[in-house]
Write a protein that binds this ligand. Structure first.
Ligand code: ADQ
Ligand code: MG
Length: 245
């Protein structure tokens, strides 16, 4: 599906997506500190297609996930920190001709995990980075851009909101549910190419959803698992689904 190479890891000195800080504070008289990251809040949407009785998910390459696997593939030379930027440059060098020959090239390539190691199944989701729009409006846009379904804002039902990462970011994610039909499908989705998004739309049949949720060989977010369970306790009766959850 993907081809990933030329990896280069550099320090992140400024970003539109996150800013690291350290806060010093006193808790019950004890002086403490904590490192945290400012990031955007987000929305995610559980989409159920009532024509085909399938959930509509997205599948995409996530660099942060890939890099966790990549670090595991790197040798840890004595005295050097494993997974440092130097190793990244080495791995990235695979396309430059290496005088040392094919053996060295092959060894470097073998240090790269397969691209599939960074691909995850997720709910359709997006960052809350447009102050003029409501959460529902942002969710509606993501459903259209990523999955190709045009639905009115009024059809979005808020499920709940929660903190998506309490250790480092503390950002809030708000989850919605929307029912779509094949008639609402106006495009292929796939994300905004200008933003570099490369998203595959995936259908998970309702009857396979619980096996999908608990299959650890299928890399996925917590949002997928939680929302499938939510559907089973709140929506399944409406669709007369008997489940063995
Ligand atoms: N760290 C980063 N570095 C570089 N470019 C970046 C970036 N983060 C976003 N971008 C850019 O911004 C675009 C916007 O993406 P979305 O608004 O769809 O959010 P995303 O789905 O990545 O995160 C949503 O889905 C994931 C998975 O559920 C949640 O973790 C998250 O909170 C939620 O907003 C990306 O395609 C990319 O171009
Ligand atoms: Mg997204």
């Amino acid at each position: 599906m993907e081809q990933i190479n030329n990896i280069e890891v550099v320090p992140c000195t400024s970003s539109n997506y996150m800013k690291p800080f350290r806060v010093h504070y006193s808790q019950n008289g004890t002086r403490k500190s904590w490192d945290f990251m400012r990031t955007h809040d987000s929305v995610s949407i559980l989409i159920f297609n009532t024509s085909s009785h399938c959930f509509i998910l997205v599948k995409q390459f996530r660099p942060a996930v890939y890099m966790c696997e990549w670090e595991k593939h790197q040798p840890a030379p004595a005295g050097e920190e494993a997974g440092g930027a130097g190793d990244a440059a080495d791995a990235a060098g695979e396309e430059k001709a290496s005088g040392a020959g094919d053996v060295a090239d092959a060894e470097k390539r073998s240090r790269l995990p397969p691209p599939s190691a960074g691909v995850t199944y997720e709910l359709c989701a997006g960052l809350v980075d447009k102050p003029a729009l409501s959460l529902e409006e942002i969710a509606r846009q993501e459903v259209l851009e990523e999955c190709g379904y045009d639905v009115p804002v009024a059809k979005l039902r808020r499920i709940t909101s929660y903190r998506s990462g309490v250790g480092v970011t503390g950002a809030r994610q708000t989850m919605f549910y929307v029912e779509v039909s094949d008639e609402d499908c106006v495009g292929e989705g796939g994300g905004e190419p200008q933003e570099g998004e490369l998203i595959e739309v995936v259908k998970v049949p309702l009857l396979e959803a619980m096996n999908f949720a608990y299959d650890e060989n299928i890399p996925k977010t917590m949002g997928v698992i939680f929302s499938f369970l939510w559907f089973h306790s709140n929506m399944a009766p409406k669709y007369k689904i008997s489940t063995n959850v």
